[in-house]
Design a binder for this molecule. Structure first.
Ligand code: HEM
Length: 213
């Protein structure tokens, strides 16, 4: 059972990684000059809402996020209850990093970030029943120093979680070959910091650009 859960945790995590890189690419539009970014970002927003395939991918992504959280809680509870927990923990502490020991803590911080993030945009767009100018919503949120700092700082736990998670995910789906894993570990770390730094610079640039709305 634990193997099945770990495999599902890995697949859901890897799907979220795929979503994140696409999401980052779309959000880079925000860094273009306002005259180009404004219509393009809103066109992206209406494409998200009107394309059937994209809507399916979005629902798969929500399911992956929810399942990833539930599976990680179930695996943690099971590990704590299992008799060999103390020995196992001592063994892993010797040869693993702070990040790998604290994936649950990092994941919890990210879950809090995602809930606040969804409340900032997704919830308003989906449930208010009005048409929204998504570009102006993002620019106005990031012109607040508190939100810009919050989004910037939240990308540190994201980078740490992904840097360990990608390698760990590939291990869990059965890729044990050492040479391949070493390559995956490096590619995972590069992906993690590219994604985290990419997201972190967006609120920073928008805040300091001080665009007049
Ligand atoms: C600069 C950083 C970011 C910006 C400006 C941003 C912007 C947005 C916007 C505007 C939406 C609403 C899209 C819509 O419903 O039309 C959205 C949705 C979403 N964002 Fe972000 N985002 C950022 C970072 C992140 C990060 C780091 C994560 C995950 C760790 C994330 C996860 C999500 C999810 C899961 C959704 C819902 C997607 C959907 O409905 O398909 N975002 N984001």
């Amino acid at each position: 059972m634990i193997i099945i859960r770990k495999t599902l945790l890995a697949f859901t995590g890897l799907f979220i990684c795929f979503f994140l890189i696409a999401h980052l690419g779309a959000n880079f539009i925000l860094l273009l000059p306002a005259s180009k970014a404004h219509p393009l970002y809103n066109a992206y927003s209406s494409f998200l809402r009107n394309n059937f395939l994209v809507m399916i991918i979005a629902y798969v992504n929500y399911a992956c996020i929810i399942s990833h959280v539930i599976l990680s809680v179930l695996i943690t509870v099971k590990n704590r209850r299992s008799k060999g927990f103390t020995n196992q923990k001592n063994a892993t502490l010797e040869n693993s990093s702070w990040t790998s020991q604290n994936m649950g803590l990092l994941g919890t911080i990210l879950l809090a970030f995602i809930v606040i993030h969804m409340a900032n945009f997704w919830f308003k767009v989906k449930f208010s029943g009005e048409d929204h100018d998504l570009y102006l919503m993002v620019i106005s949120l990031f012109s607040s120093p508190g939100y810009a700092a919050f989004y910037f700082l939240a990308m540190l736990p994201l980078g740490l979680h992904l840097a360990h998670g990608v390698e760990s995910g590939f291990r869990s789906i059965g890729l044990y070959h050492n040479k391949f894993l070493r390559w995956i570990a490096k590619a995972g770390v590069a992906y993690a910091w590219f994604t985290a730094i990419g997201f972190a610079i967006i609120p920073l640039i928008i805040y300091f650009r001080q665009e007049t709305l």
